[in-house]
Design a protein around this ligand. Sequence first.
Ligand code: PAF
Length: 284
Amino acid sequence: MMSLEVYTTSEALSFKLEEWRQAGMKIGLVPTMGALHEGHLSLIETMSVRADKIIVSLFVNPTQFAEGEDFDAYPRSTDDDLRKLRSTKAGIVFMPDASEIYGDAITASLKAGNLAEGLESETRPHFFSGVVTVVHKLFKLCQPDAAIFGEKDYQQLLVIKKMVSDHDMRIEILQGTTLRETDGLAMSSRNAYLNDSQRKTAINLNKIMRDFCNDYHSARELNRLPSLEGEAIRKLQEVGFTKIDYLTVRDADTLQTPNTETKNLRLLAAVRLGEIRLIDNCAI
Ligand code: PAF
């Protein structure tokens, strides 16, 4: 276990970073919006294999929420987060306020590239420009050698990898596997919104997606992919999801619709239970 230092300004942080650099330390960044769960802690653990020193950022980024989304309601549990972080290998927690990141104007100034088109952007068109703006800024302030993002937000992971290569940032992007509850539900800070009955329904998302993946190759051979997709959507509706934003198979690298040659496939889905939106994905 390491002692955890809390920084709220980039100026104070920069002195510490300088000290680490002078000592030849490799720095890893784990960006989060707080409300930490086991999934976040596993990202820190994975990062500890690559980095000598780990910074965890806690910042609920306003520009990735649209008007009417859950920015105000987003779970905030700083004391609990700090308590959890004290038992990890994180050395620093960076908790900037919005002015530290954005100055006077809280706007998303960067555009996300092609990988941001479709899927999440269909319902959250503002989302990826907010994400790349804040992640770019966090990279500038924390100067990491490596950063890690969870596979649960698969499109986000690819969008950030692309941003890093487009901006020639020398930062290795690590991919953290999705941690699941014992019943298969992907861990997410937003699971805190689910009431008992919604929580029971939510389990079915991963079950239906796993069945889909198991049947995918035989359905492809039999030319019955459209009906496999239709059946999965019908099952999601039957178990009580109120809206299916998407359930679709994509090329895992480009997020384009696959063709017969595509080897690396990913099933991605976003569904709703009333106001609550759940996303998940799995390799096929
Ligand atoms: O995945 C998240 O928690 C956020 O989108 C991120 C990457 C920390 C940016 O605010």
